[in-house]
Design a protein. Structure first.
Length: 184
């Protein structure tokens, strides 16, 4: 599936602007991670873009989240490792294990987006460019900050061979590249 086809599919299933932005943030972080780790940038990026394809319909049933996404993407010939990574980002509700670098990377990337956006919104200028790695790390330690964001998958980025500082820096750079699109 091409990036353009993925974007069209996303827009058929997702109408919430915040969710669309979250999907784009996850896409650019996944592309940056793939590049850094020597993985397939297109596959990782498209998987990041589509990971929450069914969220609008499964928001209230977390144990079903990603099930419909996997069904839809299976009909488009999506590779098994990408389907697994998408399912594994909801590991805690599905009772499945994250195993591969792809699994850990997607769960970490999609989780970090919430912290980055919240960190930008508390800046005086409300810009991602003002957010620093040190500030993000401090906010990660505060359970009251961006309370809904799961921290465990962010810290688990070390399982793909990246330190937390490098992951945050890479993610800030990737999301900053689309700051106009995000309004941050």
């Amino acid at each position: 599936m091409t990036r353009d086809e993925a974007w069209q599919l996303l827009n058929e299933h997702v109408h919430d602007d915040v969710l669309l932005k979250h999907s784009r943030e996850t896409e650019v972080i996944m592309r940056a991670l793939a590049k850094r780790l020597g993985k397939d940038e297109e596959l990782w990026g498209v998987s990041g873009l589509l990971h929450d394809l069914d969220f609008e319909t499964t928001r209230d049933t977390p144990d079903q989240h990603t099930t419909r996404t996997v069904e839809i993407l299976s009909t488009h010939g999506f590779p098994p490792e990408a389907l697994q990574a998408i399912r594994a980002h909801n590991w805690d509700n599905l009772g499945i294990e994250r195993e591969s670098e792809f699994d850990y990377a997607l769960a970490a990337a999609e989780s970090l987006t919430g912290i980055l956006v919240a960190a930008a919104l508390v800046q005086p200028d409300k810009k991602l460019a003002s957010v620093k790695v040190k500030s993000v790390k401090k906010k990660l330690k505060s359970p009251a900050f961006a309370r809904a964001v799961r921290r465990e998958p962010i810290y688990d980025i070390e399982k793909v061979g990246l330190g937390l500082d490098e992951f945050i820096e890479l993610s800030l750079g990737a999301t900053n590249a689309i700051h106009d699109e995000l309004g941050l």
